[in-house]
Design a protein around this ligand. Sequence first.
Ligand code: HEM
Ligand code: HEM
Length: 194
Amino acid sequence: MQRLKLGNTVRNFLVDGAIFAGFLLATDPHATGQTIHEWLGLAFGAGIITHLLLHWKWIVNVVRRFFSKLPGQVRINALLNSLLFIAMTLIIFSGIMISKVVLSTFGLSGSHDAIWRWLHTSATNVTLIIVGLHMALHWKWIVSTIKRYTWQPLRKTSVIPSRTAARNLDQAQTIPHYVRNDTTVSVRNQGGMR
Ligand code: HEM
Ligand code: HEM
């Protein structure tokens, strides 16, 4: 059986989509119920760790060069990402502190101190804004990836290819990917760090 091989862009796109959906769902505990809310919140934490590991090279590069040469746009991304990291950590930590379901699974009980609940709600509100900005800064990548992997393939399959077009396509596939015109690479390179 042939193994499914995902390119970096598709893999990032799937993880980004999953954490985005998970985050939106977690902001409304009444819609999911308490049990799903808590486990989903923890799964979301694991999703964020995956997201960070997939961008580990970027993080190491930026940390190394933060106080020397770095394009302004990358510096802004780095500052916003740091805020996002702090805010997400606060949400999950305060969530665990007031947990009713997850802690009781381990025979523990959560705190009734109002400060943790306040922290949980406030950090969520702040994070909603930062996630919006984070998405806005990567908007070009999001739109070009959606077009490339959903819209363009759909348009291609709706046209019946001629024999010549099929032959040309066959030949194009024998050209190595680094020679082909790769729109995602050119858009991602605008950030200058990947
Ligand atoms: C709901 C949560 C989040 C969503 C939907 C999201 C989405 C995205 C998207 C669309 C990109 C650009 C495409 C890519 O390369 O994957 C990206 C890049 C990145 N994200 Fe997130 N992200 C989220 C949370 C976070 C958090 C909490 C951090 C923590 C530091 C973070 C750090 C990064 C980094 C380091 C990059 C690559 C560097 C950059 O260009 O900023 N993200 N994210
Ligand atoms: C991305 C992650 C999360 C987000 C965005 C989030 C968001 C929220 C929001 C908006 C509320 C409603 C607050 C209110 O009504 O005042 C809430 C309540 C709560 N959350 Fe989370 N949460 C997350 C993760 C977690 C985790 C990981 C846990 C525990 C393991 C948790 C436990 C709780 C608890 C116990 C409540 C209080 C429910 C109640 O008393 O009605 N949350 N959360």
